[in-house]
Ligand binder design. Structure first.
Ligand SMILES: NC(=O)c1ccc[n+]([C@@H]2O[C@H](COP(=O)([O-])OP(=O)(O)OC[C@H]3O[C@@H](n4cnc5c(N)ncnc54)[C@H](OP(=O)(O)O)[C@@H]3O)[C@@H](O)[C@H]2O)c1
Length: 284
């Protein structure tokens, strides 16, 4: 099939391109330079000319703290809400599936045992608000949409202009550079590997699941940043002293959900986070 990928230079975007190509699909990879998803006319025109059979949107504005700033909120809203709406419209016009990724940050984080797909979002940050609006605009357009929520992804770094380091490589780098580390022991989430998310997306489309909301996460208990760092250090055999601290030690403009592990109740289970993390760390 002919697959159009947006945000293809991003962390997840690169793995989506590789996994779909490896499965024999023709992949048209685009990033902001080739297809700016916020430009509605360009989106409709390009999609109409390319005639893809599936659209997968991995583009996003992910600088969570910037979005609290009224100067950056509009650009985040355009990329995270209006962009997916534009792509959903283009996909609906062609009658083709549209895959869009969202986040655990659409939830408030007060559900201790984690969130299921149909739990009610209530974002507590401006970033979460833009991503939730993205979900609702896509749902409103309708068609064959798949909204896949992710949590704290790790994988190869983005090669785009604003690409940032993943938590895993950040921790390994800091552990080598610093005599000791302080790591926030809050924000329970479900860290997941981009390669596994890409494979699960391939399967989701192949299995022709019903349109709707899905949670794509590696299996495993929800972990705080500190817990996750402990898993990383154990696998990478790092012994740098580290200490759990509260978020008050690293004040940030945006609030984060305290308990936002995602439960996957609709798709086949992914492999465990431990197994995925071990494989990823070997690639570093
Ligand atoms: N990273 C996480 O921990 C995390 C957690 C939960 C959910 N998610 C979601 O997972 C998805 C993939 O995230 P990611 O971390 O792989 O993202 P990423 O590495 O930041 O990649 C996003 C890509 O989108 C591009 N982009 C930005 N604005 C664009 C526009 N207007 N038109 C076209 N492309 C544009 C970026 O280019 P520039 O760099 O040039 O801006 C970049 O190449 C996103 O929906 C994100 O919200 C991520």
């Amino acid at each position: 099939m002919k697959i159009l990928v947006t945000g293809a230079k991003g962390s997840l975007g690169q793995d989506i391109v590789d996994i779909f190509r490896a499965a024999g699909h023709e992949v048209i990879q685009t990033d902001r330079e080739e297809l700016d998803i916020t430009n509605r006319e360009q989106v409709l025109e390009k999609v109409g000319a390319l005639m893809p059979e599936v659209i997968i949107n991995t583009a996003a504005y992910n600088f969570v703290d910037n979005v609290e700033d009224p100067e950056f909120f509009p650009i985040a809203y355009q990329v995270n809400a209006e962009g997916p709406r534009n792509l959903a419209l283009a996909a609906k016009t062609l009658g083709i599936p549209f895959v869009h990724y969202s986040t655990d940050y659409v939830f408030s984080g007060d559900k201790l045992d984690g969130y299921e797909e149909d739990d009610q979002p209530r974002p507590i940050s401006k970033y979460g608000e833009t991503k939730w609006h993205g979900e609702t605009l896509v749902e409103r357009v309708g068609g064959k949409y798949y909204i896949c929520r992710l949590s704290k992804i790790f994988g190869r770094p983005a090669i785009s202009e604003n690409g940032k380091e993943s938590f895993v490589s950040l921790m390994i780098r800091l552990a080598k550079e610093k005599p000791e580390l302080k790591i926030v022991n809050e924000e329970v989430g479900s860290p997941s590997y981009t390669l596994d998310i890409a494979r699960a997306t391939l399967q989701l489309l192949a299995d022709k699941h019903a349109p709707g909301i899905y949670h794509i996460v590696n299996e495993g208990r929800g972990v705080t940043w500190f817990d996750f760092a402990e898993e990383i250090f154990a696998l990478a055999q790092i012994t740098t002293p580290r200490f759990p601290v509260t978020s008050a030690e690293f004040p940030k403009p945006a609030m984060r959900p305290k308990f936002a592990a995602l439960k996957n109740t609709k798709l086949p289970r992914l492999r465990s986070r431990q197994e995925a993390l071990a494989e990823y760390i070997k690639t570093l």
